[in-house]
Design a protein around this ligand. Structure first.
Ligand code: AMP
Length: 287
């Protein structure tokens, strides 16, 4: 496995593999790798002849009061995990390599999709994400790039960016990897105390309960949202950023569930902001 810190080196290594006819796969991450990231690497390994993992804690996607400084950085174990998983190249650039001293004048903004849900609570976050992902795509030029459904809005925003800007890359979604009690794996779970970690199980539990109610015929999204919010509040001290039921692609809020929808939520438990989401497939309306 190679480890590159510089853009030129990545370009050279990937170019040589592309000339050999290999399919190039990219898994962008911020490190502190867990089984969720590793499931994306496994998918990439199955589909591609050359797998690149980027590990970069991207400063431009953190707000001024967010956890950029304290975000977990665990390069040694991350490299060991990549090696074990058969990654070909890890790209781990310093901040100056991605953002040289002159401030960049260019950002990628996906309007609409990136402005509600998490976008409304984290101004500028998705501009940071789309800009760094566009840069990574230009550096690696992958045929396929892998993103987790855990960050559902991010996945939809990136799909839209790629479609709108005709980027020649296939976006491949991976299912959310969870602990036995339903908690989605996240590098930020490390911030939770034992009690908060126990409480975090309420996120997925409440989503599953609402999805079950929808399957049983409840189509009114206000009532389903109410059910989720009640369950979250029953779990202990919690601050709810949002609970929304949205169209799976446009992310527009739905007054009623049609054939499919996505339940999305974001909460704060203690110092930790947690997100989760789940698909709802409601029974067809009889005609
Ligand atoms: P991050 O390092 O948090 O930026 O995440 C890097 C990639 O891993 C993103 O595409 C995430 O959606 C994905 N990811 C993070 N957690 C999970 C999880 N529990 N299951 C599946 N994918 C995940």
């Amino acid at each position: 496995m190679d480890v590159a810190n510089r853009i030129d080196e990545v370009r050279q290594r990937v170019k040589a593999r592309r000339l050999e006819g290999r399919t190039i796969g990219l898994v962008p991450t911020m490190g502190a790798l867990h089984a969720g990231h590793r499931s994306l690497v496994e998918m990439a390994r199955r589909d591609c002849g050359y797998v690149v993992v980027s590990i970069f804690v991207n400063p431009t996607q953190f707000g001024p009061s967010e956890d950029y400084g304290s975000y977990p950085r665990t390069l040694g174990p991350d490299l060991a995990a990549c090696e074990e998983d058969g990654v070909d190249l890890v790209f781990h650039p310093p901040v100056e390599e991605m953002y040289p001293a002159d401030p960049s004048c260019t950002t990628v903004h996906v309007s609409g999709l990136s402005e509600h849900l998490c976008g409304a609570h984290r101004p500028g976050h998705f501009d940071g994400v789309t800009t760094v992902v566009a840069k990574l795509f230009n550096i690696v030029r992958p045929d396929r790039a892998y993103f987790g459904e855990k960050d559902y809005q991010q996945l939809q925003v990136i799909r839209r960016m790629v479609a709108d800007l005709n980027m020649p890359v296939a976006i491949v979604p991976g299912p959310t990897v969870r602990e036995a009690d339903g908690v989605a794996l996240s590098s930020r779970n490390a911030y939770l105390s034992a009690e908060e970690r126990r409480q975090a199980a309420a996120l997925n539990r409440s989503l599953r309960e609402a999805a079950e109610a929808a399957r049983a015929g409840e189509r009114d999204t206000a009532r389903l949202r109410g059910l989720i919010e009640r369950r979250l509040r029953e779990s202990g001290p919690i601050e709810i950023d949002y609970v929304e039921i949205v169209h799976p692609e446009t992310l527009a809020e739905l007054p009623e569930i049609g054939s499919s929808a996505r339940l999305c939520l974001a909460v704060r438990i203690g110092k930790c902001r947690l997100i989760d989401n789940l698909a709802i497939e409601a029974p067809a309306v009889p005609t």
